[in-house]
Ligand binder design. Structure first.
Ligand code: SOE
Length: 390
C-alpha cells in the first residue's frame, strides 16, 4: 500500500479483518506499506500490521513479493504510481477520484487494459448493504421507471476559517475541492443506481479564499504552522452543485460542500420512481427508507428498513440482524470483490473505466461552471481527443 493516513487506516483495517468475516479464494497478505516519512510509515506498519515498510513506493513496484498496489496517496500521485504498477504487472486498487484530470485517468485506464491487471477504484459507498439492497429493489423494478435522484454530500470539517490549507484544498495536489473529493461519490452512486449521465449544468464557489499554512495533518484534522503568519491561497471549490439529465431520461440534482455546519459525513440520496421512492443517509448507513405506491391506502408512507438481515448483501457475514455495521465494513465488502476479481482474473466494478467516466462528469460540471452552459458528457470525450473507447 502506498500511503498510511486516513484511507491507509481504512484500507489496512479491511485487509486485516476481511478473512475474519469472509472466505475468499485469494486472501490479502499485508506485505509492505510505503510512505515518504520513515518514522511515520514505520509506526504505521507496526500499528496496522504490515510485515515491512518502504520509504520509496518504487520499491514496491520492484519487489516480486508484491501482487497488488493499493494507492491511498493524495490525488496528484495516483497516475504515476498506477501506470508503473500496471507496467510491472501488479493489480491495482486506487482511491477516488482516479486522477486530477480526465487525461490522466484515461492514461491509467489504457495502462491497465494494456497490461491485463485487475483494477478497481475505491468508491466504498457502493458496498453499504443498504445501498446494494437499493440497487436490488431498482433492478427488480420495485420503483418502476426512475424520474429523479437528488444527492447531497455535506461535511463541515473546513467550516472554521482557521482550518489550515491541507492538500485537499490545493488544486495542484487534489484537482478540485468538495467537487472531486466527495461529489465524486454521489456521481458514482448515481451511475450505480440510476444510470449514465447525458448532460450537466453546474456551479462552483469558494467561500474562504485564504487559510493558515499547515504544519501537520492526518485524516480530516490538521495543525497550523504558528511561525508562518501569512495565509495561503485556497485554489479549489468549497462547494459544488449541478443539475443533470441521464441517458434514460431521469433528472438529477447534486450538491456537495465541506462547510455545512452540523453535517459530519452527510452522504445522502433520495430516488423517486413511478412506483416508489428510496432514501439513504450515510450517517445512518444501515437504514433504508422505502415508499411504495401500491401500499394499502391509509398505510402509505416511508418505512425504515434496517439492512442488517441475512438476506441484505454482505450483512449476513457480520452479525445477527440489528447488530449494525459501520463505515469500515464498506471497505471490507469492496475488498471481498477485489479478492474475487484477482482470484478469477477480472476487474470488478467500480474499476478504472468507472473512474474515467466519473472524471468526465466532474470535468463536464467544471466546464459548465466556467461557461455557464449545459455540457454533454460525450463532448468531454470528443473534446479531449482520443480518449479510451468506453
Ligand atoms: C474527505 O472529505 C473524505 O475523507 C473523502 O476524501 C472520502 O472519500 C470520504 O469517504 C470521507 O471524507
Amino acid at each position: 500500500m502506498v500511503g498510511y493516513k486516513f484511507m491507509g487506516r481504512a484500507h489496512s483495517n479491511a485487509y486485516r479483518n476481511l478473512s475474519f468475516y469472509f472466505n475468499t479464494e485469494v486472501e490479502p497478505v499485508m506485505q509492505a506499506i510505503a510512505g515518504r516519512n520513515e518514522a511515520g510509515v514505520k509506526k504505521a506498519a507496526e500499528k496496522m500490521g504490515w510485515a515491512t515498510y518502504e520509504t520509496d513506493w518504487r520499491r514496491l513496484i520492484e519487489r516480486d513479493d508484491i501482487d497488488l498496489i493499493d494507492i491511498v496517496t493524495p490525488n496528484n500521485a495516483h497516475v504515476e504510481i498506477a501506470i508503473a504498477a500496471a507496467e510491472a504487472g501488479k493489480h491495482i486498487l486506487c482511491e477516488k477520484p482516479l486522477a486530477l484530470t480526465v487525461e490522466q485517468a484515461d492514461r491509467m485506464l489504457k495502462a491497465v487494459q494494456k497490461s491485463g491487471v485487475v483494477h478497481m477504484i475505491c468508491h466504498n459507498y457502493r458496498f453499504v448493504p443498504a445501498v446494494q439492497f437499493a440497487k436490488k429493489l431498482i433492478q427488480e423494478g420495485r420503483l418502476g421507471k426512475i424520474h429523479h435522484i437528488r444527492a447531497t454530500y455535506l461535511q463541515d470539517w473546513i467550516l472554521d476559517p482557521n482550518f489550515p490549507l491541507v492538500w485537499r484544498l490545493q488544486k495542484e495536489v487534489t484537482g478540485s475541492g468538495a467537487h472531486g473529493d466527495i461529489l465524486a461519490h454521489s456521481i458514482d452512486l448515481a451511475r450505480f443506481l440510476v444510470g449514465e449521465f447525458k448532460e450537466v449544468v453546474g456551479m462552483m464557489d469558494t467561500f474562504i479564499k485564504k487559510r493558515p499554512i499547515v504544519e501537520t495533518s492526518g485524516g480530516l484534522s490538521a495543525k497550523a504552522d504558528a511561525n508562518h503568519l501569512e495565509l495561503g491561497k485556497v485554489t479549489v471549490d468549497d462547494t459544488s452543485a449541478f443539475m443533470a439529465r441521464f441517458e434514460d431520461g431521469a433528472v438529477g440534482i447534486f450538491e456537495a460542500t465541506r462547510l455545512a455546519g452540523g453535517n459530519r459525513n452527510g452522504n445522502r440520496f433520495e430516488i423517486n420512481g413511478e412506483k416508489g421512492s428510496i432514501r439513504w443517509d450515510m450517517e445512518n448507513m444501515n437504514l433504508l427508507q422505502v415508499y411504495f405506491t401500491d401500499d394499502e391506502a391509509g398505510l402509505q408512507g416511508f418505512r425504515t428498513i434496517n439492512c442488517t438481515e441475512e438476506l441484505h448483501p454482505y450483512a449476513g457475514a457480520y452479525w445477527p440482524s440489528g447488530h449494525i455495521i459501520g463505515y469500515e465494513h464498506t471497505f471490507i465488502n469492496l475488498m471481498v470483490e477485489l479478492m474475487n476479481g484477482i482470484a478469477k482474473g477480472y476487474s470488478p466494478v467500480p474499476n478504472f473505466k468507472d473512474g474515467v467516466i466519473n472524471q468526465a462528469v466532474l470535468a463536464a460540471v467544471e466546464q459548465s461552471a466556467n461557461t455557464k452552459k449545459w455540457v454533454e458528457i460525450s463532448d468531454i470525450y470528443k473534446h479531449k481527443g482520443n480518449l479510451i473507447n468506453l
